[in-house]
Design a protein around this ligand. Structure first.
Ligand code: SF4
Ligand code: SF4
Length: 105
């Protein structure tokens, strides 16, 4: 949510964390998040992840589809968020990204 390069400037709106979508995370990333929140790894997995189709993890969503870590003032785990989040939308994006991300408009 903070990238600035190639004419792109993140407006820190959080739109990329809202609604339907899959946030993928590796075992190492999950461990870093659990450590950051001072949680046991197994409990973190149970509370905040589900298995992905690729053998790693997806972060859970809230009932409204928002990422489980999205809070009023931004990402609860900003310092250790997955690579997918760190690199959006410069290195990772999908066909809907231009519609949701004001930094790309
Ligand atoms: S982990 Fe953080 S940056 Fe990534 S989608 Fe969730 S709230 Fe957004
Ligand atoms: S939608 Fe775009 S501008 Fe908004 S927080 Fe995400 S990357 Fe930044």
């Amino acid at each position: 949510m903070e990238q600035e390069n190639k004419g792109f400037q993140c407006k820190r709106c959080g739109e990329c964390c809202r609604g339907e979508g899959f946030v993928r995370a590796s075992e190492d990333e999950i461990r870093a998040m659990a450590d950051y929140l001072k949680m046991e790894l197994d409990q973190f997995k149970k509370d905040y992840t589900r298995p992905s189709l690729f053998g790693d993890y997806w972060l859970k969503e809230k009932e409204n589809g928002d990422c489980i870590f999205l809070e009023e003032n931004g990402c609860r785990i900003h310092n250790v968020k997955p690579l997918q989040c760190k690199t959006f939308p410069m290195n990772w994006r999908n066909r809907d990204s231009a519609q949701i991300c004001p930094g790309l408009k």
